[in-house]
Design a protein around this ligand. Sequence first.
Ligand SMILES: [Zn+2]
Length: 117
Amino acid sequence: MKTCPKCTTELEDAATKCVSCGFQLEEPQRTLTGKVIKWLFIAFNLAMIGWVMVGMGVFDRGSQSSALPRGTENAEGMGVTMIILIWVICNLIFGLVVWDTRAKNKALQESHNKIEE
Ligand SMILES: [Zn+2]
């Protein structure tokens, strides 16, 4: 048995919602979504780091660096700036979603702690 943190009504362990006041105890789907979004966020950042490195010519510069004219390096620089700009914008949008799901998970964790106390 567990107790509703809002109205202290005794509830079944499997209950996700308080039968008395309707307090939302658990949101399993949202927790899973939060995990998926977190991993997508990490994967996205790793992909962007790889893209920036390719844009900077990290992987093929070694053999060509001395042969490249200055104009080509400037074009590469512009490319990396664009990639980083896209990265920052996507991170802002993605970060908001991650922050949103995390905030809810934390609230859920706090309600669990209250039940245990
Ligand atoms: Zn309740």
